[in-house]
Design a protein around this ligand. Structure first.
Ligand code: UDP
Length: 342
C-alpha cells in the first residue's frame, strides 16, 4: 500500500507542486488548506497533471479541535510536509501578532498531533531569510543565522527552533527543515503556478504580470548595490526542482536515513543572478518587450545571497536541474495560461 502523506498548504504555490511530485512518486496525498491564499480549483489542475485527485480538508491548523478531528479521521498518515503559513514579509510587519499566531500555533498543533498519533516525520518549509545578509558567500548550513528582518522571517527561525527542541526531546520524532532560496517558475504543464493576490511583491510574478499588461512597468529596486551591475543578487530555484527536494526529504525520513532528529538543508541552485540579469534573461527567452525602470532600494532587502548546495547535493542526493531560462519560460507560460494569452 502506498504511504499517505499530509501536505498542509497543499493548494498553495510550492505545496501544489510538491503534491504533484509526491503523487508521481506513488504517495497517497491528503491536503489540508484553509484556502486563505489559494483556490480549490488547484485540485482539478493536480488531478489533470497526475491523474489522481488528492483528498482535501479545508480548515486552519491553528484550530486544535479541528486538527485533532482531522487526525482521527485520517489515522494512516505516515508523514507530514508542512507549508501552510502566512508569507508576506511587508504584511507581517503590519500584523505581527497574526503572523506569529498563525505560523507558530499551527506548527505546534501539528507537532503535538504527531506525538499523540505516532506520526514520526515532518518536512518543514523554511527560508534562506534566516541567514539575513551573510558575511561570506555562498551560504553553507554552517553559516550562522542572523536576527530576522521581519516578523515573517522570525516565524521561520522560531519554527526551526521549536522543531529542533521538540524532535530532540521526543523519542521517535524527526524533522527536516528545507531552507529555500527564491522559488520561481511553474509546472511545465502550465496548469499550476504562483498566483499572488493583488499586486505581487515578488520579482518574477511582477515581471510576468507586467509582460501580460496588468502592470505598467517593473520597478527595479536599487542599482547601487555592491554587485557587478549594481542590482541585488538572489539564487532563483525552479519550483519543480524545489518540490522534488521535499520528496527526497520525505523518503530520507521514511527510510530512517536522517543523521539527527532535526536536520536542515539549503535548497537553491548554487548560482546567483542579479535582478538585471534576470530581467534580461526573461526578455530574451520570451521575446516580450518588458518595460522597466530603476527606483530606490526597497527597505529590508539584502544585497546578495546564494546557496552552497553541496550538503544537499551530497547528503540528500538532490540537485537543482532546470536552467534559469526554462524556469522563466515556465513562469511566462503559466501567466499566459492564467490570463488567456496566446
Ligand atoms: N525586486 C525588484 N522589483 C520588484 C520586486 C522585487 O527589483 O518589483 C527585487 C528585490 O529588490 C530583490 C529581488 O528582486 O532584490 C527578489 O525579490 P523578491 O521579493 O522576489 O524575493 P526576496 O529575495 O526579497 O525574498
Amino acid at each position: 500500500m502506498s504511504k499517505q502523506i499530509l501536505v498542509t498548504g497543499g493548494t498553495g504555490y510550492i505545496g501544489s507542486h510538491t503534491v504533484v511530485e509526491l503523487q508521481n512518486e506513488g504517495f497517497n496525498v491528503v491536503i489540508v488548506d484553509d484556502l486563505s491564499n489559494s483556490g480549490i480549483e488547484v485540485l482539478d489542475a493536480i488531478e489533470k497533471i497526475t491523474g489522481k485527485r488528492p483528498a482535501f480538508e479545508k480548515f486552519n491548523l491553528t484550530d486544535q479541535d479541528k486538527t485533532n478531528a482531522f487526525f482521527e479521521k485520517y489515522p494512516g498518515i505516515a508523514a507530514i510536509v508542512h507549508f501552510a503559513a502566512f508569507k508576506a514579509v511587508g504584511e507581517s510587519v503590519e500584523k505581527p501578532l497574526e503572523y506569529y499566531h498563525n505560523n507558530l500555533v499551527s506548527l505546534m498543533n501539528l507537532l503535538r498531533s504527531m506525538r499523540e498519533h505516532k506520526i514520526p516525520d515532518m518536512v518543514f518549509s523554511s527560508s534562506c531569510t534566516v541567514y539575513g545578509q551573510p558575511e561570506k558567500l555562498p551560504v553553507t548550513e554552517d553559516t550562522p543565522r542572523k536576527p530576522a528582518e521581519s516578523p515573517y522571517g522570525n516565524t521561520k527561525a522560531v519554527s526551526e527552533d521549536i522543531m529542533r527542541d521538540f524532535a530532540r526531546a521526543t523519542e521517535g520524532i524527526n524533522c527536516i527543515a528545507l531552507r529555500y532560496f527564491n522559488p520561481i517558475g511553474a509546472h511545465p504543464s502550465a496548469l499550476i503556478g504562483e498566483l499572488p493576490v493583488g499586486v505581487p511583491n515578488n520579482l518574477v510574478p511582477f515581471i510576468t504580470q507586467t509582460a501580460a499588461g496588468l502592470r505598467d512597468e517593473l520597478k527595479i529596486f536599487g542599482d547601487d548595490y555592491n554587485t557587478p551591475d549594481g542590482t541585488a543578487i538572489r539564487d532563483y530555484i525552479n519550483v519543480v526542482d524545489l518540490a522534488k527536494a521535499h520528496v527526497v526529504a520525505i523518503n530520507r525520513l521514511l527510510n530512517n536515513k536522517q543523521k539527527a532528529s532535526y536536520e536542515f538543508f539549503n535548497i537553491g541552485t548554487g548560482e546567483g543572478y542579479s535582478v538585471m540579469q534576470l530581467v534580461k534573461a526573461f526578455i530574451k527567452v520570451t521575446g516580450v518587450n518588458l518595460k522597466y525602470s530603476v527606483v530606490g532600494r526597497r527597505a529590508g532587502d539584502i544585497e546578495k545571497i546564494w546557496a552552497d548546495t553541496s550538503y544537499a547535493n551530497n547528503e540528500l542526493g538532490w540537485k537543482a536541474e532546470k536552467t534559469l531560462e526554462e524556469t522563466l519560460k515556465s513562469a511566462w507560460e503559466w501567466e499566459k495560461h492564467v490570463r488567456n494569452i496566446r
